[in-house]
Design a binder for this molecule. Sequence first.
Ligand code: IVH
Length: 714
Amino acid sequence: MVQETAQHPETGDTPVAQLTTAQARAELAWLAEQIAAANRAYHRDDAPEISDADYDALKQRNAAIEAHFPSLKRADSPSDVVGAEVAEGFGKVRHAVRMLSLGNAFADEDVHEFDTRIRKYLGLAADTALRYTAEPKIDGLSLSLRYENGVLMQAATRGDGETGENVTANARTIADIPTEISDAPAVLEVRGEVYMSHDDFAALNARQAESGGKKFANPRNAAAGSLRQLDAEITKSRPLRFFAYAWGELSAPLGDTQSDAIAQLASFGFVTNPLTRTCDSPDELLQHYKTIEAQRATLGYDIDGVVYKVDDLALQKRLGFRSTTPRWAIAHKFPAELAWTRLEAIDIQVGRTGALSPVARLQPVTVGGVVVSNATLHNEDYIAGRDGNGAPIREGRDIRVGDWVQVYRAGDVIPKISDVDLARRPEDAVPYVMPKTCPECGSDAIREEGDAVRRCTGGIICPAQAVEKLKHFVSRAAFDIEGLGAKQVEQFYADGWITTPADIFTLRARYGTGVQQLKNREGWGEKSASNLFDAIDEKREIPLARVIFSLGIRHVGENSAALLANHYTSWDAFEQAMTTAEIGAGAAWEDLIGIDGVGTVMATSLVTTMQQEAERASIDRLIAELSVQDAEARATDSPVAGKTVVFTGTLERMTRAEAKARAESLGAKVSGSVSAKTDILVAGPGAGSKAKKAADLGVETMDEDAWLALIGDA
Ligand code: IVH
């Protein structure tokens, strides 16, 4: 509620220069609340509660205190909030340490492999002690809480892992989240899961039904919907909870082990999961998995698996990360949920690379709380009941329209069909025949030898391929243009506004002024149109890796795009190499397949695409609109950044995989073979032909100790 006077009751008339830090902090908090309430009243409720003059006085006082105490400026500072924009969305927060996801294990075997992989990476013998933690995987949404000097300054959702949404005001309303903690490190980012209990979920849905509000499909959706409320008052009325299980930036370590660190978080007042245990072998992990699974139904909140983490934080550090997941942790998922339903039709979707994918249209059925009406059928072999090698799957039972099929869902994975009930097969059901022409453009659909799928040969003339390519182009890991998602792309394509990626960058010139204008389209207005044009312009300057990924070249995923960008470093060098390379021979080809992680299949696809006339014309038009940022060596201040390194012989202080990952994290390129481009050869005992070649080429050669000294790991 807004106060009657526009002044803090205690310190409001103290000159700013005379405020103590504590007073300034308290007054800033009070001002943030007052101004937010006034904004809500004015902009959202259209019912102003204070005069314009009082409003201005509050804002001025806030600005004056911030100017004098810059370090106290709040994450939700009213000076960063333009009143009218309050309702438009959340502010963005760049995570100081990326928020990652977890790799999955499904079978017991996967858990043993996880342990084996880690031992191999670290060079630990099978009988060396290695401790893990095991804890429930909470089915909610992750949240990062930033405390500075013990005060909750910012709360952010995961978003894309790099940038999340600022939900600070909302997080403050969650009882499990302390707003102040004592004896904490100066910077402490606590991460964990926001969730809703089964009872609270049922009560919320009952209330929603009564008030005619929207019912939530499951507790996870309810938690997400409740946290992501622009009005924190609504969040406050929803009973959310929080389990802490990880951390981000820290000014001082929380402990030597995962379990110590979690205990430390508990001592700060966070709720940590009581089912967390340490385990000394994969068998113990599996045993604890069973214990947790047995309690799943009675926990009172949703969990979807068990997370295993290496306990020793020094080992976690050595293991590090793949592009989006840590090597030191894995999520062991509970078995997928199953349901039987009728297969009503099989539709064909054409993807961006022309693949014809059969999709099952199902009689809607609830699987684990979610209504499923579509499932993937992979390809024609899968429907026919055989795998890629011709071996039977489902004991050779094929799938026909009209069949009763078993659907399963594991986490967020697209639902699949696992079985078919032959006893209930209608008499008139016929085997499914894959179309031989593209249902979208009529071109021939061909299945090449060794390819599991049939592909449309229409290329750029096929509307489905074109739209899918555009959708890929604007997707999160590619250009990620705010306001331009799959839906908008489809509409623009349908009306001929955009046919290839380059057209996106001429939208303003074509539809910003003149007869036909974006702002006059249905669903658009002056502001949203100008926002879109600005968002597009913002992405003209873009990192090389994103550009390579955005092209949607077959076999080139996000990871490979990053490898290629790091290798070639500039668009010109990449383009030059792809244009001159000859498949299967020559220096450019050898250089390409010499990149660790690039095989002949990917290399062939790259070279073919980049040399295909129509594709190339479209790519060139795109590049002309952009300013592609060179790939910087990832750690420019490291002595090996940008250098090409080859490891050979036996390494004694680290495994090959670890050496490679460490070198790459310092911005070096690791290659498998010595060439004139090699900068350093690290040669352990037993080094053979590579050492000789390096000597012939005059490449700097050093032993493992010298390498470790060079990178500061000695
Ligand atoms: S650890 C660096 N522990 O699962 C790894 N995650 O699928 C940090 N999650 O994004 C995550 N319970 O939202 C961890 N006990 C737990 C978890 C957990 C749920 C979520 C989290 C994460 C996702 C990955």
